[in-house]
Design a protein around this ligand. Sequence first.
Ligand code: ADP
Ligand code: MG
Length: 422
Amino acid sequence: MQKHSDLPQAFADLGIEVRFLKALRTMGFQTPSDIQLAMLPPALEGKDILGQARTGTGKTAAFGLPVLQGIDPGGRLQAICLAPTRELAVQVTAELQRLSAGTGIHLVSVYGGQKIATQAHQLGKKPHFVVGTPGRVMDMMQRGMLNISDARFVILDEVDRMLDIGFRDDIRRILSCVKSEHQTIFVSATLDEEITRLSKRYMTDPVEVNVSKDRLTVDNVDQSYVTAERRDKFRLLRILLERENPDVSIVFTNTKHIAHKLCKKLYEAGIEATEIHGDLMQNKRDRVMDQFRKGHIRVLVATDLAARGIDVSSVTHIFNYDIPADPEIYVHRIGRTARMGARGVAITFVSREEGKELTQVEALINREVTQRVVDGFVSDAPKEEPISRPPSRTERPVEEGAPKAPVRTLAAKFPTRRRRRM
Ligand code: ADP
Ligand code: MG
């Protein structure tokens, strides 16, 4: 093969064609990530694949490149990818569009909350590749607007969420409509035994690729927790936002209600924050995500569903305003920062009753989350009562006025960026 010196040769070596290498060059991909290294060769061979790698490691291109490369731009609909949320469907579509720039491959995403007529119109333009949420895909299939029976590629992104009980029926029905011989690729940040078993029902002799079993957590994230009772959390957040002065942060809450209330309180306290959760209209959610991607939002208050899989590489701080009940959600949340090798900070607020949740997180990530003592902050719960967990925690005090570690945030990577103060 002719050598193109400035094209990413490492991708060429794995079998990626020049027409995609050009897009990769534009996107700044030089070397494949672990999951890409592991998935691209078997995927290009046409094998069914069940792939796991932690969030932010490039799973989209790992399934996207081989599928895009297998699409005939002269043909009709050939690939369908299902994703659990609207935001994710939009994000995956955008990434696939970038990956296939200049190849003549046409992608369309369909998801709930937007006018079905608009999306039907887009489907009328004969896309090669449709990305959608299960509910809307199902709906459009039933109305005869979408026919996937000839698809040759079937992809499930974030398969752990997709096979959550609520989606299972839709997934089964949608996938059973694909009548032609096809390649099936499922990817996920986590895979337990049950999900693996369910996934394999849809696959023939699948290759299992797992690049993160031992590294479930994000090594580049500085993880700590602060003991705070519920009524003190807001005060704590204010102090941390001021001291850490994050460039881009996400504050996770466990419910839409808390997200909404918190956002309002922040606003009243003069801190510009934006909320995103399932109660917002879809176009509002799209607008918020767009603003967030562009870096116009510094503090995003989010629920898990709305923020799942969101890839905004500039996120420097994650605040778990509420510790999630499910430790895997913790891993997903902190995966929003430290994308592709950058550094990030994750601070979790834990009340005395939540020691168990914290311990579960530590068991899952197989590492200790250190306690952070925030100078000037005391959560005035019944005194001297320690958090209900083994007391072997190393404490790491945060001195007042201490200079921030320079490499901890992305600001160090982008020194020219303006750092706004609150
Ligand atoms: P995941 O689905 O595993 O969470 P994504 O596919 O969303 O990860 O990728 C995370 C980010 O990393 C995206 O911004 C993507 O463009 C970028 N990325 C993916 N692969 C590479 C690569 N090989 N080199 C540089 N950046 C990459
Ligand atoms: Mg992804």
